[in-house]
Design a binder for this molecule. Structure first.
Ligand SMILES: [Zn+2]
Ligand SMILES: [Zn+2]
Length: 322
């Protein structure tokens, strides 16, 4: 089979190897699509010993398995099922800090991948393969962040979203389906601002330093935006951090120090929210079609990553089969 090797400094080589053999408790998946994610830029820059790709949908090819022939999404933590978080219904918070598909084990930038059986999420027939990965990080993680914020802000409110990349735009879809508004969004990239405007948000080309918001979603992973999020939240409001970075640094400025506020982190979503996220995808299907703005085969992956890293694509994907 063919699979991608991330060599570092933007190098992606397509290699040829044996089709993987599922171990006990694993299933073999023929990859249908695997979406690019901002967090993949880390392996793209640094090089990675495993094949990356963690927003995977594929078809189970294992004749004796109950899900043989079914299209399934891959839930990335290889959760233990026994710790308090797993037992409590939050396997994404598994306290064993398990391996993640596409990070500490091989992921979806390949024709075939073996995944732990408990990571399979069957995809309903009305959801096309190319849209299914949006149910993971784009709508799933953003949706979970917004739902967590409802523990402290139960009513829909005005929101500031920082970053109009895939997570920020996905968050807009979640927010408007959950009744939030008005929605304001900041991104330095004019193309992304235009996309956000087309979804009904007010796109800001700068942020008023005196404006305060009850809810701020940080979707960029950039230090400046993290700083801004903590400054722009109003007293007793909430910041939801969705973006990721290796290391980050902020200054505890006066607007941060002199108020009480809630700081919320959403890393991934619990499985019990999948149905609610499906409803959002169904309601936002036209917008979701626009988010998936490029599809390539494995030989186009290196070029596509370059475009993605330059901010020229929103949520492109490797697409291999329906
Ligand atoms: Zn991702
Ligand atoms: Zn666990």
């Amino acid at each position: 089979m063919q699979y991608a090797v991330f060599e570092g400094q933007g190098g992606i080589r397509i290699a040829q190897g044996e089709r993987p053999q599922p171990k006990a408790g694993e299933v073999l998946l023929q990859v249908g699509a695997c979406s690019l994610c901002g967090s993949d830029l880390r392996p793209w820059r640094q090089g990675w010993s495993f094949t990356p790709g963690h927003e995977i949908v594929g078809r189970v090819v294992q004749p004796e398995h109950a899900l043989h022939g079914r299209r399934c999404l891959v839930y990335i933590p290889q959760w233990c099922g026994q710790c308090p978080s797993c037992v409590g219904g939050y396997p994404q918070l598994c306290e064993a800090l398990p391996d993640l598909v596409g990070w500490q084990r091989h992921g979806g930038y390949a024709e075939w991948v073996c995944v732990p059986e408990q990571c399979l999420i069957p995809v309903p027939d009305d959801i096309p393969t190319h849209l299914a990965p949006l149910l993971l990080d784009t709508l799933g993680t953003a949706g979970h962040g917004v739902r967590l914020s409802q523990r402290v802000l139960p009513q829909p409110t005005r929101v500031l979203v920082l970053g109009a990349g895939p997570i920020g735009l996905g968050a807009l879809l979640v927010l408007r389906q959950m009744g939030y508004g008005p929605l304001e969004i900041f991104d330095p990239n004019p193309t992304r601002r235009a996309f956000a405007s087309s979804l009904g948000a007010k796109a800001l080309d700068e942020i008023d330093p005196h404006e305060r918001y009850p809810l701020v979603l940080e979707c960029s992973g950039k230090d400046a935006a993290r700083q801004q999020a903590l400054e722009s939240v109003q007293p007793l409001g909430a910041v939801v951090q969705l973006g990721e970075a290796d290391a980050w640094q902020i200054q505890e400025s006066k607007p941060i120090r002199r108020k009480d506020f809630f700081y919320i982190r959403s890393f991934y979503f619990p499985l019990q929210e999948f149905e609610a996220n499906l409803a959002i995808l169904r309601a936002e299907r036209a917008a979701c079609e626009r988010l998936v703005d490029a599809q390539v085969a494995l030989d186009g992956l290196a070029t596509l990553f370059g475009e993605f890293a330059r901010g020229e694509r929103i949520k492109p994907q490797l697409f291999l089969q329906e």
